[in-house]
Design a protein around this ligand. Structure first.
Ligand code: ATP
Length: 377
């Protein structure tokens, strides 16, 4: 064997050795990954625990608990932690044994679930609705600002009102204007979200929201889409329906529980007054209901003027444009103005022409009414 052959063999041996080292390293890394994945799979295989509430603690490590659908069970307690009625507990779903005690101090972080703000909507930012504004001010605003007037005369103002009418007609704006004018905290909840997102916890959330309102008083609790909570129910077969009913009952209990002359008021809104459970509008509850309809000719012009206030218009006949928007809601009128502004921008103009409004009206008319608030509201 010549010297050069020897060199080749030692090179090859060296290469083998280093690739073997590399493979060993890779093998270790892969094993670690496999172990991590196996641990993860094991974790995922564990069934989730059910969040329940202790009703009664009994001797011999037994308790009566309430599960989220409202049913109660007598169960075994495995945890050594001391339980008391009302405690939150984590329960095995299959055997219903109490495995862990939850954090009893924990309240909902309500503020992360609902909108809490100090709005800056003023009455003159709302076009049309002259009579409606007056009624709302008299029924909700005045008792908040001057409760003594009502005491002197000996009458009880309502605890809240129901605003009903088609989408985008300014119900939310009206509620915000009351809050702004009375310097109240505005707390907004959406009925359908309460029902869909907080399964099993809707009633508790309602309670916590009203606790928050009392804490932050004066406050306006605005319940949008109240029909999702307070619809007439013919049957109550499913646990989902029972759950909605419980949330609704809690809402009624909260309304019944506070003082007419207190500084928390409720404004509820719906597009479906026809399906509401009359319990919500009984005396002592939201006994006034005010229809918020689409604006008349004068209202349309006012809303148009409000939304074009800061637009540089060029020879726009507002009355003629307003006439073309008959039947439009406030949200649609606002959408027309925004759309007309876009037109001008697309055309490279800084002035908005009457023709921009004309084509926007046509476009907005073609869009389904229901999609307005989501698109432009
Ligand atoms: P929904 O029933 O869909 O919740 P809504 O009746 O609460 O709708 P708002 O959310 O108050 O309607 O209105 C949506 C937007 O439309 C407002 O932010 C506002 O810009 C405009 N708007 C509606 N009505 C009026 C009005 N009367 N005056 C001025 N702007 C209005």
């Amino acid at each position: 064997m010549v010297d050069s052959d020897k060199k080749d063999i030692s090179d090859i041996m060296y290469e083998y050795q280093s690739s073997q080292d590399k493979l060993m390293e890779e093998n270790v890394a892969l094993r670690q990954t496999v172990n991590q994945l196996m641990e993860e799979v094991e974790r995922m295989k564990k069934p989730p625990l059910m969040v329940c509430e202790v009703r009664t603690v009994l001797p011999d490590k037994k308790a009566i608990i309430k599960i989220p659908n409202g049913n109660s069970f007598l169960v075994e307690v495995i945890t050594d932690e001391k339980l008391a009625s009302g405690d939150t507990i984590y329960v095995d779903q299959k055997f219903l044994t109490v495995l862990e005690k939850g954090d009893t101090q924990k309240k909902f972080e309500v503020e992360s679930f609902v909108i809490v703000e100090k709005p800056d909507i003023t009455w003159d930012m709302i076009g049309g609705l002259t009579d409606e504004k007056e009624r709302i001010r008299e029924v909700v605003e005045l008792p908040l600002l001057k409760p003594e007037l009502f005491e002197k005369v000996g009458i009880q103002p309502p605890k809240g009102i129901l605003l009903h009418g088609p989408p985008g007609t300014g119900k939310t704006m009206l509620a915000k204007a009351v809050a702004a004018e009375t310097n109240s905290t505005f707390i907004e909840i959406v009925g359908s979200e309460l029902v869909q997102k907080f399964i099993g916890e809707g009633a508790k959330l309602v309670k916590d929201i009203f606790d928050l309102a009392r804490e932050k008083a004066p406050a306006i609790v605005f319940i949008d889409e109240i029909d999702s909570l307070a619809a007439k129910r013919i049957e109550m077969g499913t646990s989902g329906e029972r759950e909605v009913q419980r949330t609704f009952m809690q809402l009624l209990a909260e309304i019944d529980g506070f003082n007419n002359l207190g500084d928390v008021k409720i404004i509820a809104a719906t597009n479906r007054a026809d399906i509401l459970d009359p319990a919500i509008t009984r005396p002592g509850r939201l006994e006034r209901s005010i229809e918020i309809g689409t604006p008349d000719a004068e209202g349309i012009t006012e809303i148009f003027n409000i939304h074009t206030q800061r637009m540089p218009l060029e020879k726009v006949n507002a009355a003629r444009i307003a006439g073309l928007m008959e039947g439009f809601s406030g949200a649609q009128i606002k959408a027309v103005c925004t759309e007309a502004g876009y037109h001008a921008i697309r055309d490279g103009r800084s002035k908005v022409f009457e023709s921009d409004f004309e084509s926007s009206i046509e476009r907005i008319r073609q869009v389904d009414d229901d999609s307005y608030p989501a698109m432009f509201g």
